[in-house]
Write a protein that binds this ligand. Sequence first.
Ligand SMILES: Nc1ncnc2c1ncn2[C@@H]1O[C@H](COP(=O)(O)OP(=O)(O)OP(=O)(O)O)[C@@H](O)[C@H]1O
Ligand SMILES: Nc1nc2c(ncn2[C@@H]2O[C@H](CO)[C@@H](O)[C@H]2O)c(=O)[nH]1
Length: 434
Amino acid sequence: MKFPGQRKSKHYFPVKNRDPLLAQLIQQPKPTGTWICGIDQTLVDIEAKVDDALLARYQLPKGNSTLLEETQAEALYTELKAAGVISGQFAGGTIGNTVHNYSILADDRSVLFGVMSRQVEVGSYAYRYLCDTSSKVDLNHLQPVNGPIGRCFTLISENGERTFAISKGVMDKLSAEYINQQLVQGSSALVISAYLMRAAEGDGITQAAMTAIQYAKEADVPVVLTLGTRFLIEQDPQFWRDFIRDHVTVLAMNEEEGLALTGFDDPLLASEATLEWCDMVLTTAGATGLYTAGYAEESEKRETAHLLLPGVIPEFNRYEFSRPKRRRDCDAPIKVYAHISPYMGGPEQILNTNGAGDGALAALLHDLAANTFHKTNVPGSIKHSKGGLCYSSFSQICKYANRVAYEVLAQNSPRLSRGLPEREDSLEEAYWER
Ligand SMILES: Nc1ncnc2c1ncn2[C@@H]1O[C@H](COP(=O)(O)OP(=O)(O)OP(=O)(O)O)[C@@H](O)[C@H]1O
Ligand SMILES: Nc1nc2c(ncn2[C@@H]2O[C@H](CO)[C@@H](O)[C@H]2O)c(=O)[nH]1
């Protein structure tokens, strides 16, 4: 504990720094702000340990995210409450988690579009949501609605696998007028999830997402899509392939979603297949770690200093030190892949993996935004003379995403409560010194 009186007097008088009079002589350019935008269904996660019999009774396929009727949702809540198995209630939603984690990592602004109950009572789910969201997430553009936000029963099985059951409340009532065109068009990325496309007839969130995508495309802002759950993709893989080809710059998925989308269960082959439709992909593969894949310019490719890895594409990581670029910006595009095994082998104990993928995506978004920040503030840098989607190489993005996923797993909640340490012995010093 530090006491105010114990500070040395010199701490109160560093008045020569940024002297208001001297500042007029030395005009420093003010760094321009950077932000990302996300759209989500406003949801609170209600986490509970359950057995398979409960999942069967409520007809909840393991691993899926199923929409519940209101009566079923109430029955489930009452049952979980009576059994005393609710272990926590946190703000959730796959994009809500991602933009929150981005803001924590970047210590910078993100903008969330979604709905919020017009009247928020202390202790309500809406209140919980607002309390658990980083103050760097700009919530000023949420649409006020009459009714409760959504609840996401996050049911954890014995083996740690999570199954979601959604009581949607008014979470899908977002209307397109609440998407701020200027904010989307000035952002470093627009991040959306596949869940936004499954709203019922008459609910506006799908149209709101399509409007935001349109704004982003007009301004050449990268559109980042995360697939959510394999069940959604399995229903109509061709719809999703077309959707990605028409709208998406960067795709995030896990290996099961990759299989549903491409037909390949090998994450490397699934990643390669998606590059026919988008510019970059982040494929997480649970205990096997994660992959990044995308394009680089043939003449700018950089060979790895790491061991060349075996796989269905032999020595696939050869050029992982290259920086990702959009395919259309390459004269001679080559496909580049990188992989990393779980940071430190993963935490000693994983209670559940909820949100690890969202964490990894937040790290990738941070790198995307760092690129726009650097390009805007240091336009003369040779880094930007030939364009580029991200600030770092495929390999560095893998490391960063992996480290963030570890942090989410270690703290047992989908939202980071603090940023990463500035330095850590287990990472190369060079990375932090750059
Ligand atoms: N069992 C594990 N051991 C070690 N690391 C793991 C384990 N499970 C996940 N991870 C780490 O977390 C990352 C993301 O995990 P996973 O592939 O399960 O994401 P996901 O299915 O998209 O998760 P979610 O949808 O809940 O956000 C992995 O790439 C890996 O780095
Ligand atoms: N937006 C949205 N998020 C979901 C849905 N189902 C599960 N999730 C979220 O997915 C997160 C983990 O990736 C959890 O925190 C859940 O809140 C859904 O239907 N829509």
